[in-house]
Design a protein around this ligand. Structure first.
Ligand SMILES: NC(=O)c1ccc[n+]([C@@H]2O[C@H](COP(=O)([O-])OP(=O)(O)OC[C@H]3O[C@@H](n4cnc5c(N)ncnc54)[C@H](O)[C@@H]3O)[C@@H](O)[C@H]2O)c1
Ligand SMILES: O=c1ccn([C@@H]2O[C@H](COP(=O)(O)OP(=O)(O)O[C@H]3O[C@H](CO)[C@H](O)[C@H](O)[C@H]3O)[C@@H](O)[C@H]2O)c(=O)[nH]1
Length: 322
């Protein structure tokens, strides 16, 4: 298929693009390079430097002719989204609307969208299903949920084939491609920076959660498993439908468990300092992936050890990032 990957110079988009190139798709990456890296665009993919907020340039890029779009481009810093919500409503929601306008004009009928567990907010359930109510607790989650709803309407009114994939906590690296965010806010890369001596310690944000060891529990998913799910989703999207799938493992790990696993995998000392809770962090977010198993024929295969080992190998090969 001829596929356009927005945000394909970023962490997840570049690795999914690499996977699509490897299976024989004809891939074009669109990215503004606001956060992404030109060096992350996989060999074998075309690249266009375009900001989705530039409607005209977006239309021109989409008009090159594609069978489908994978839409990763977004702003995704939860803290920043609370401080400057307008940046997130414009960047994420207006950007997606420009993309959908361009797709409609060019008769591109298929989209896979990077949604997020943040659309659920802080649900008090063992496993989050796609029927768990959407109650985002930050602007980032609100903006992603707004795009999900846009896709539902677009599928109904114009026959778009749309799939939203709600990732839980993504980690790991894939060959030459890995996670290089500035600023970095995610637990696993920060823990590995501490292991590598690039930072003195890592904070444990909250030790009084109602969880077995008092620290927050998350469902970590390897970026390669995510790539497989995207390839399935783009193939299985159905015209006139908007399907939503959680992508997680149904297994939660606490912050302490992640740090312990990183100590075991790296063999390094990792200084962890107990701190106050980070505002807006729910105690536990673990996905049910039953719908993705049935609807996509997908199941995660990689473990937390795999994610940490692969991310560690990437950091060793790229100590200063891209
Ligand atoms: N990392 C996670 O754990 C996680 C979890 C859930 C959902 N997501 C979603 O997955 C997607 C990818 O996340 P990531 O961690 O790879 O992020 P990332 O920041 O590494 O990649 C996003 C890319 O989008 C580009 N971009 C942003 N705004 C753009 C615009 N207006 N026009 C063109 N390009 C633009 C950036 O330059 C960057 O390369 C995002 O939509 C994010 O919300 C990520
Ligand atoms: O230095 C750190 C960083 C994080 N944490 C903790 O580790 C867990 C994971 O934190 P991350 O920042 O790695 O991930 P989040 O669960 O906060 O964020 C994930 O879920 C969000 C929605 O809830 C967004 O989708 C986001 O992009 C995605 O990475 C949280 O309990 C957090 O409090 C620490 O203890 N110390």
């Amino acid at each position: 298929m001829r596929l356009l990957v927005t945000g394909g110079a970023g962490y997840i988009g570049s690795i999914v693009a690499q996977h699509l190139v490897a299976r024989g798709d004809d891939v074009t990456v669109l990215d503004s390079l606001y956060k992404g890296h030109r060096a992350a665009v996989p060999a074998g993919a075309d690249f266009v430097e375009v900001d989705l907020l530039d409607a005209e340039a977006t239309s021109e890029a989409v008009a090159r002719g594609f069978d489908g779009v994978l839409h990763f481009a977004a702003l995704s810093l939860v803290g920043e989204s609370q401080q400057v919500p307008e940046k997130y409503w414009r960047g994420n929601v207006v950007g997606a609307l420009n993309l959908l306008d361009a797709m409609r004009a060019a008769e591109v009928k298929r989209i896979v969208f990077s949604s997020t567990a943040a659309t659920y907010g802080e649900p008090d359930v063992e496993l989050i299903t796609e029927d768990t109510p959407n109650m985002p607790v930050n602007t980032y989650g609100n903006s992603k949920l707004a795009i999900d709803r846009m896709l539902t309407d677009e599928a109904r009114a114009h026959g778009l084939a749309a799939v939203s994939l709600r990732y839980f906590n993504v980690a790991g690296a894939s060959g030459e491609l890995g996670e290089d965010h500035e600023p970095e806010t995610h637990l696993i890369p920060l823990v590995l920076q501490a292991a590598a001596g690039k930072r003195e310690s890592v904070g444990i944000f909250g030790t009084d959660y109602p969880t077995p060891d008092g620290t927050a529990v998350r469902d970590y998913i390897h970026v390669d498993d995510l790539a497989v799910a995207h390839a399935l989703a783009v193939d299985k999207a159905v015209e006139g439908r908007h399907d939503i799938y959680n992508l997680g493992s149904e297994r939660g790990y606490s912050v302490r468990e992640v740090i312990e696993t990183a100590r075991a995998v790296t063999g390094r000392e990792i200084v962890a300092i107990e701190q106050e809770r980070r505002a807006g962090d729910p105690p536990r977010l673990v996905a049910s992936n039953a719908r993705a198993r049935v609807g996509l024929g997908w199941a995660p295969e990689k473990t937390l050890e795999d994610m940490i080992r692969d991310a560690w190998a990437w950091h060793a090969a790229h100590p200063d990032g891209y």
